[in-house]
Design a protein around this ligand. Structure first.
Ligand SMILES: Cc1cc2nc3c(=O)[nH]c(=O)nc-3n(C[C@H](O)[C@H](O)[C@H](O)COP(=O)(O)OP(=O)(O)OC[C@H]3O[C@@H](n4cnc5c(N)ncnc54)[C@H](O)[C@@H]3O)c2cc1C
Length: 257
């Protein structure tokens, strides 16, 4: 390969904020950054396509964290602490709880159908959630990320953070369709690559290895990148192992309801 051919295989880009993973959190982080400061350049690097990637790919039927009337961020923290047997970072839960309801309102204003009762109030599904018609939730959020001005690199899988003098200054990605190496320089990098599926041996081996409810494509690469970069990894003491009905790959809560 001569030098010019080699150059075509490497793409350099620069942004104020690089977001790795364009799932729910990644898209919302991009929207928030651009809304707070439209002068910021934002790149979202997503290994699939933001329209239907990650946990929300097929949509969802409830928002499972909501402060219903009569509850408060403090009572939510108490519930999560109990549910997780005390293994929680209360400061993180509280700050999330304080934002939840306003984010739902925002996403509703972008077009998410939220079910309401006859008085026009959101319909609770349980103490801490509300019902939605969420099949199109991911395309709605993805479209908002694009219209908010975030630049999206679809089909680019991040492989590692770039570190200089102990500071993260960007990330490398591999274009899974164009086979290019992407080198993105950024003033700040936010990793939103979801959880890590498939850590434990499945009860169905062999061909059913990926028979799981959580996206098998969320492989924990963001955790690996963070650990290799020396980041403080927090809130890993408690693992959520979802209860499943044998041979049914869907949220058990929904089945029960
Ligand atoms: C089937 C299912 C049903 C659910 N139903 C509900 C529900 O009804 N109510 C509710 O409140 N919650 C529900 N959840 C949970 C909720 O959807 C998730 O908690 C939430 O969407 C997680 O968002 P996230 O951005 O952290 O991860 P994700 O949305 O999974 O986003 C991670 C993104 O990172 C990308 N990525 C991963 N690695 C890389 C890499 N190396 N480089 C680039 N990109 C990468 C992935 O492709 C993905 O797009 C459900 C989850 C599932 C799986």
């Amino acid at each position: 390969m001569n030098k010019n051919e080699n150059d075509k295989k490497v793409e350099f880009q620069e942004a104020d904020i690089l977001i790795i993973g364009g799932g729910t959190a990644g898209c919302l982080a991009g929207i928030e950054a651009r809304e707070k400061n439209p002068g910021l350049s934002v790149i979202i690097m997503e290994k699939a396509h933001i329209d239907r990637s990650g946990c929300l790919a097929a949509g969802m039927n409830a928002i499972n964290a909501y402060i219903n009337p009569g509850e408060t961020p403090e009572s939510f923290v108490k519930y999560v602490r109990y549910d997780a047997m005390g293994l929680v970072r209360e400061d993180l839960i509280k700050s999330a709880a304080e934002e939840i309801n306003s984010v739902v309102k925002k996403v509703e204003s972008w077009g998410l159908p939220v079910k309401k009762n006859k008085d026009g109030e959101y319909s609770p599904r349980g103490r801490w959630n509300i019902q939605i018609n969420g099949e199109s939730l991911k395309p709605i959020i993805a479209e908002k990320a694009r219209s908010a001005g975030a630049k999206v690199l679809n089909r680019v899988a991040a492989t590692n953070l770039i570190i200089k003098n102990g500071k993260v200054i960007g990330a490398f990605g591999l274009g899974v369709r164009d086979m290019k190496l992407y080198v993105i320089k950024a003033r700040a990098v936010i990793v939103c690559t979801g959880g890590a599926s498939g850590i434990y041996k499945p009860n169905n081996d062999g061909s059913a290895h990926h028979k799981m409810w959580y996206p098998p494509f969320n492989t924990g690469t963001g955790y690996a990148m963070g650990i290799r970069a020396g980041a403080e990894m927090t809130s890993f003491e408690m693992r959520f192992i979802a209860l499943r009905t044998k041979d049914v790959i869907s949220p058990t809560g929904t089945l029960a309801l």
